[in-house]
Ligand binder design. Structure first.
Ligand code: NAD
Length: 426
């Protein structure tokens, strides 16, 4: 455990943008605004369990900033969800949407539960009651949730169904865009399921172009094999990368010659995690969770939770690049160590922006009652991430700074310009 790990996650988020704000000499009043969430909504709501008993759940929706457009951000179901975590995640959404040029602000929500402990019918009632409790704090032009850790497209469908029923018969179709990440059948977007993982691969491909490397020469380790890590791993494998180590909450498995990722994908679907995969392949070994970070690979991809790349793990890292598929995976102390070792970091606000880009595509389709092809969605995803990666690379040179600082420079400049032109009411 890091000695200085006590810094709150929201403090880390503020520290990250303040470093870049310093570089561009951003006006103090804008820094003050961006250091605090605009609205903090906390709801306690009762849900009936399958055995007839009642439980009170606590849910959060933190709306960080909406100068660029409606608040936007996922909903997390996890036992560690608290005000600090959700506030940090909401701030990162503001900076991410600004960086990739979307007309959205930043928000995040969550319920403090372990979803694995509840039946599907209980989860449905939790989602519906949470949606009801949030009421008019969310809406297609107000605040638009999406899936995150522990939530999926089925839950987004329940959220949309609850919200549209509450909107009344005349409005039920016009408010479908209250949430993104829905299933295709209920108004979701082609490619949304794998969008974040696909986006991670696009920014990695861009980095290969910048640094004159071949994608299919790279060896990787991945922490997290859920929506983001699983799809990324599958797509990276299809592109020729060698995935040597994969870890999740059930265990970590390694194959120095490269894991059979499609077989691992099937295993995780059938068994709920990577643990035990060695039973399927004799070349696979169970290893410690630290192996993801210490393995002899070119690239480490944290795709699980925050604060996973600790100072200790940074010290043991042999890779030359960390791609932050998860939000906030690197502690400030670890970042300093990686910098001294010359390890590059593609920051979360760029690396995992693919999810919100395709959410934007879903929202636009819902607004205009259109259905776009998978190809046109993918084209937008690739173009927006490519443009953002180009801008970040240019800012890195202009300011002689880290890739994270450069990403914040691009993001903050857009936010500052909008504030400067609109000025602050009244
Ligand atoms: P998920 O719930 O689908 O998967 C989470 C994965 O992390 C699982 O494989 C789980 O086993 C693993 N995990 C959990 N605790 C762990 C631990 N202690 N050690 C190792 N592994 C652990 O969640 P997801 O949607 O894939 O999200 C992963 C990360 O990506 C989060 O930081 C999330 O905020 C971020 N993200 C997700 C999206 C999206 O579209 N889903 C978009 C942008 C960013």
């Amino acid at each position: 455990m890091d000695a200085l790990r006590q810094r709150s996650l929201h403090e880390t988020a503020v520290e990250q943008f303040q470093q870049a704000a310093e570089l561009i000499d951003m006006e103090d009043r804008y820094r003050q605004i961006l250091s605090h969430p605009k609205n903090e909504v906390i709801v306690n709501f009762p849900v009936q369990m399958d055995d007839g008993s009642w439980t009170i759940f606590r849910g959060y929706r933190i709306q960080h900033n909406n100068i660029l457009g409606p608040f936007k951000g996922g909903i997390r179901f996890h036992p560690d969800v608290d005000l600090d975590e959700v506030s940090a995640l909401a701030a990162w959404m503001t900076f991410k949407c600004s960086l990739v040029g979307l007309p959205f602000g930043g928000a995040k929500g969550g319920v403090t539960i372990d979803p694995g402990r509840y039946s599907r019918s209980e989860l449905q009632r939790i989602v519906r009651r949470f949606t009801h409790a949030l009421g008019s704090n969310i809406g297609p032009d107000q605040d638009i949730p999406a899936p995150d850790v522990g939530t999926d497209s089925q839950m987004m469908d329940w959220l949309m169904d609850t919200f549209t029923n509450l909107a009344g018969p005349a409005n039920r179709h016009s408010v479908k865009g209250v949430v993104t990440g829905k299933s295709l059948a209920t108004g979701g977007c082609a490619g949304r399921e794998e969008a974040t993982g696909q986006g991670v691969l696009y920014v990695l491909r861009h980095w290969c172009g910048e640094t004159n490397r071949r994608l299919d020469d790279l060896s990787l380790s991945i922490q997290g094999f859920g929506n983001v890590g699983g799809h990324f791993g599958r797509l990276a494998f299809e592109s020729g990368c060698t995935i040597k180590v994969v870890g999740d909450h059930t265990g970590t498995v390694a194959d120095p010659a490269g894991l059979d990722v499609p077989a691992l994908w099937e295993w995780v679907r059938d068994h709920g995690g990577v643990a035990g995969f060695e039973e399927r392949r004799s070349s696979v070994e169970p290893v410690s969770a630290d192996e993801v970070f210490s393995a002899d690979v070119d690239v480490v991809v944290p795709a699980a939770l925050e604060n996973q790349v600790t100072a200790e793990r940074a010290s043991m890292m042999k890779a030359r690049l960390v791609v932050e598929a998860a939000n906030g995976p690197t502690t400030s102390e670890a970042e300093l160590i990686l910098a001294t070792k010359g390890v590059d970091i593609i920051p979360d606000i760029l690396a995992n922006a693919g999810g919100v880009i395709v959410s934007y595509c879903e929202w636009l389709q819902n607004k205009s009652a259109q259905i776009w092809s998978a190809e046109s969605v993918d084209e937008r995803l690739r173009t927006l991430l490519w443009e953002a990666s180009d801008k970040v690379a240019t800012a890195m040179e202009d300011f002689d700074c880290s890739r994270r600082e450069a990403a914040y420079v691009v993001s903050l400049r857009r936010l500052e310009e909008v504030y400067a032109r609109r000025d602050i009411f009244p």
